[in-house]
Design a protein around this ligand. Structure first.
Ligand SMILES: Cc1cc2nc3c(=O)[nH]c(=O)nc-3n(C[C@H](O)[C@H](O)[C@H](O)COP(=O)(O)O)c2cc1C
Length: 366
């Protein structure tokens, strides 16, 4: 047992049951895109990176696409072919060998992409033909304006839902303990939830119920295949990334979504708060509604220190706390937090660059 400076046992280092697995502590490595997957296939460098961080109670991988169409960013991994499954298998085996637990984050970029980042034949798709403002990095053409996505046909909506569900099955085949559905930060799932990106007039757009349908059909379909207790979801109400942002009725919308996901039996909801990075914070009302309506585990994230994590766990705001950037620069973060050791600073210039620099070369404490 680890004790605080006041001599109290610390909750953050206690174990927790998550669905059918036991987490050794309450500290989660947040999903972090690192763009080291050359050819969109997980490799040995990634095996080293994740296994270095296996002391976390739970690792959540970087956003990983269930479809060639979802590979919007340069060098992000996929989970739709046998080579990718084999690559991920090495990651999960290395993490499990060190007693760690790992979920895959399922991220289809949707309209947040560029043809230069996609394999031949893949397309930048969105709920509606509305482009994101600003530019996106491509390895072959440098910074490029976001293209206008192709508005998905009904058949494409249905086949994309099946790609997500198949991706969840493949993640389990690759040895993951579960899957986090990425419905946050402006990627495809949130593009359906948010009317700023979804102007459809069919059953997947318009009313709140219709805008939730894409996410709920995936959650329900995946739950049938892999078990709801192996599924979590990440949401970012009020988040402003990629032209998202609050909309009319946003609090009640996420409250209702939480109720429906709770009925499906999902293991956790992971709520993004990027206010420490200058983004709008989720309202206290939306957090209250999610907490009240979702019966599973609440995963807190954004700008956490161990002191704040301990305080929020004690106050019952959630059961798990994710750390992002501190995990980038501290492979032994849990040990450092336990022993109150100083943390390595992170270097933002190597967040997304290929190779080991700023990836696997941050030192553990001696
Ligand atoms: C380099 C980098 C990559 C990220 N990639 C993802 C991602 O793939 N999926 C996701 O949901 N969030 C992603 N995020 C957001 C983090 O999961 C987390 O919410 C954020 O860093 C705030 O937590 P922190 O203050 O502990 O760093 C990323 C953040 C950073 C800095």
């Amino acid at each position: 047992m680890i004790f605080s400076e006041q001599g109290d046992p610390m909750k953050v280092f206690e174990s927790l049951k998550l669905g059918r697995i036991e987490l050794k502590n309450r500290i989660v490595m947040a999903p972090l895109t690192r763009s080291r997957a050359i050819g969109n296939v997980p490799n040995d460098l990634m095996v080293e990176y994740y296994s270095q961080r296996a002391d976390a109670g739970l690792l959540i991988t970087e956003g990983t696409s269930p479809s060639p169409n979802g590979l919007g960013y340069a060098r992000i991994p996929g989970i739709f072919n046998s080579e990718q499954v084999a690559g991920w298998k090495k990651v999960t085996q290395a993490v499990h060998a060190k007693g760690g637990r790992i979920f895959l984050q399922m991220m289809h970029c949707g309209r947040v992409g560029h043809p230069a980042n996609l394999p031949t034949g893949a397309q930048v798709l969105g709920p509606s033909a509305i482009a994101v403002s600003g530019k996106i990095w491509t390895d072959s053409q440098g910074e490029q304006p976001y293209p206008t996505p192709m508005a998905m046909t009904d058949a494409q909506v249905k086949s994309t839902i099946q790609e997500y569900i198949r991706g969840c099955e493949l993640a389990i085949e690759a040895g993951f303990d579960g899957v986090e559905l990425h419905a946050a930060n402006g990627y495809l799932m949130e593009q359906f939830l948010n009317p700023k990106a979804n102007q459809r007039t069919d059953q997947y757009g318009g009313s709140a119920e219709n805008r939730m349908r894409f996410v709920l059909e995936i959650a329900q379909g995946a739950a049938e295949k892999i078990g709801a207790d192996r599924l979590g979801i990440r949401v970012s109400p009020y988040g402003a990334n990629c032209d998202m942002g609050a909309f009319d009725g946003v609090d009640a919308f996420y409250g209702e979504l939480a109720k429906k996901l709770s009925n499906t039996g999902l293991a956790y909801m992971h709520v993004v708060d990027h206010s420490a990075m200058g983004a709008p914070a989720p309202s206290s009302e939306v957090k209250r509604q999610i907490r009240e309506n979702f019966k599973g585990i609440y995963l807190l994230s954004g700008g956490y220190t161990v002191e704040k994590a301990e305080r929020d766990l004690i106050e019952g705001k959630g059961e798990l706390v994710a750390f992002g950037k501190d995990f980038i620069s501290n492979p032994d973060l849990v040990e450092r937090l336990k022993r109150n050791l100083p943390l390595n600073p992170w270097d933002g210039s190597t967040f997304y660059t290929p190779g080991p620099k700023g990836y696997t070369d941050y030192p553990a404490h001696k």
